[in-house]
Design a binder for this molecule. Structure first.
Ligand SMILES: Cc1cc2nc3c(=O)[nH]c(=O)nc-3n(C[C@H](O)[C@H](O)[C@H](O)COP(=O)(O)O)c2cc1C
Length: 158
């Protein structure tokens, strides 16, 4: 199954999970770049505001098309119980007709259910194939790595 992992990461936690998933599934990987600054206190506040409002952001041009893959794994940090703006923007701009789509999010332990549901709601036409929450990525790294491997085994057998 040809697989693409698409993710956004502000501080590296979602990137860590995305890279592990891509390596386990021998998948292509694409980082969605948010062209708005999300760093510093103002960037943090604006990130929460944009996510809560469902505002689109400006994203860098992506290189890979979901249409070339069978399974697309989408990874996002949780921002105020929502997907990050770069991922909601990416999902709104792509069509997943005829594709399997799996979603994972990373967070610190709050709002993950809503975030996963809200992320899934943005996937047009895709066949939802799985979801995973990874909380406190580096604090529980060993436990999280085995959870990610188990999830990848499930995805591999789709
Ligand atoms: C604007 C903003 C809002 C956030 N909201 C939540 C939240 O609702 N629940 C939570 O558990 N963590 C929240 N976080 C923490 C991140 O989801 C968490 O640290 C995540 O793993 C960061 O991923 P990254 O390093 O890939 O950016 C928030 C972080 C930011 C920047």
């Amino acid at each position: 199954m040809k697989t693409l992992v698409v993710y956004y990461s502000r501080t590296g936690k979602t990137r860590f999970v995305a890279e592990k998933v891509a390596s386990e599934l021998k998948a292509d990987i694409e980082e969605v770049v948010d062209l708005k600054s999300r760093s510093g206190r103002f960037g943090f506040l604006k990130a929460g505001y944009d996510a809560t409002r469902g505002n689109e952001t400006e994203i860098g041009e992506t290189k890979k098309s979901p249409s070339d893959f069978d399974l697309i794994v989408v990874g996002t940090p949780v921002w105020n119980s929502r997907p990050a703006s770069a991922i909601s923007t990416y999902l709104k701009r792509n069509d997943f007709a005829g594709k399997k789509v799996a979603v994972f999010c990373t967070n610190e332990g709050m709002g993950e259910e809503k975030a996963v549901d809200r992320t899934k709601a943005l996937i047009s036409n895709g066949d939802l194939a799985g979801e995973l929450v990874v909380s406190r990525v580096f604090e529980n790294q060993e436990e999280n790595e085995s959870k990610i491997s188990d999830w990848c085994n499930k995805l591999r057998s789709l």
